[in-house]
Design a protein around this ligand. Sequence first.
Ligand code: ZN
Length: 158
Amino acid sequence: MAEIRVIALPTETAKKVLETKSSPGYGHPAHTEIARGHGPCRHCLRPFRVGEEKRTLFTCNPFYRLAPVPAPGPVFIHAELCQRFDEESGYPAELVPYPVVLDGYDGEQRLVTERRAAAGDQEGVIARIFEDASIRYVLVRDGEAGCFDFRVERMEVS
Ligand SMILES: [Zn+2]
């Protein structure tokens, strides 16, 4: 199975959202409310405790500093700055129960493959996607809402 690097929202971006209460690069007001859905938080990659935790909604471009054409969409983070997900921890254990859509892109921002993964199958499907050498990264999206969750790359072997 391919070793993967799981890339959550940078802490710098999360801080900027919480400090300015607006979406970096877009200026749309960020909205904070009690979580009504499981999320996840795009910074710590943990599901929200519905009805308990506060979450902040803002506009995020998953291709920021990655590829030229933006694809802005709504995402949530914890309203209190949390600990960013460790990139080398593998697929986030707390997100395994949630089905996802996995979009494999090449270095020219072309969508090479789009696959669904059921609960528990995510790592296996990601490994199969990375068998195609043209694929540089995979964007993980919510299987129902379609929103961007996080990015996965191959672990560089040094
Ligand atoms: Zn969080």
